[in-house]
Design a protein around this ligand. Sequence first.
Ligand code: SAH
Ligand code: SF4
Length: 374
Amino acid sequence: MTPRAGTTTEIKGMTLEELEAFARGLGEPGYRGRQIAHWAYQRSVPSFAEMSDLPAALRPRLEAVAHLTSVVPVTDVRADNGETIKYLFRLADGATVETVFMRYEDGRRSVCISTQVGCGMGCTFCATGLAGLTRNLTAGEIVDQVVQVHRLTGERMTNVVFMGMGEPLANYTATLKAVRLLNAPYGLGIGMRHLTVSTVGLVPQILNLADEKLQLTLAVSLHAPTDQLRSELVPINRRWPIAELLGACRAYATTTGRRISFEYVLMEGVNDRPELGVKLGELLAERPAGGADAPRSRREEGSLWHVNLIPWNPVYGLQYRRPGMQRVEAFAAPLRRQGISTTVRVERGVEIDAACGQLRRTHAVGIRVTPSST
Ligand code: SAH
Ligand code: SF4
């Protein structure tokens, strides 16, 4: 990062329209904006000097008035024979965030990205939540995680999930801008349906997002079927309890035509008891209350939702336990009986502290992270 970084224009994070306006502001034709976008997002060059189709005289002028923010890899750990790579990236101010790359047999290449340094939501089972919120990432810092993973692996990404550190909808404007840049043909060109934003359940922002009418996949972290238990695990539930959250989810699903994916992290003896599985099934199969657009059959309502069960990944210093597959299946059974589409996600890279926020913690306090295979 150049010392002028704070005082000159940041290119990464600018839309095509903004880049075209920026080029015209320098007395250049607007199409220079498209050329710069190509180099910044698709080719990931570190300096304007390398933008070889720009006029030679323009390149030093750009160096003087603008900069290209890059997130810089500090360390990486690998698992699953190198099919999962977790990166710790350093930002311009020295803060660090985690990004995970996953390669799948069916050809998908997925990146899990962060939207904040830390998180202010304080979920009791989450490594990121333990440290609190330091700051929001800029749209450029969010997008550049994908750009840099592309550069480091040489692979084109097919999917991006906003499930790394931070609460994406608490950093709404930058997250939305990043979504548009990841989707744009001049940006990363990733299909909207292949972008997934995960939220702890910020109701006003879910309603705003519904109004954007994007074909984005929305994942909502539920983790409990009752307000009492959810408020213990996910403090923000005290502000927006389950009924309000489900109302917003219903609005999102009906406005966009997209199914909501509920995430439910299972912790043994805490929220994985079979009777809670029954309760969750009843909750998600419930008919919407009255109104002109009711009644809806149980099965139709069930089809608005999908449930993703995730056995808890151990976090250094936390006392929860990860349930075995038998308990997980026993929890899933009543959901399936209710006709709710349910999958179990055994997260990859558990041995490299896949739970987001952990690599940063272990790095910060100097605990040795042993890559299982490289
Ligand atoms: N803040 C957003 C997105 C980041 S967390 C959210 O909470 O949805 C992404 C997902 O990882 C969430 O569902 C979260 O509950 C889950 N998660 C957090 N810590 C975990 C852990 N130790 N093991 C498994 N999943 C975890
Ligand atoms: Fe934040 Fe999500 Fe972790 Fe909760 S689970 S503390 S919202 S990152």
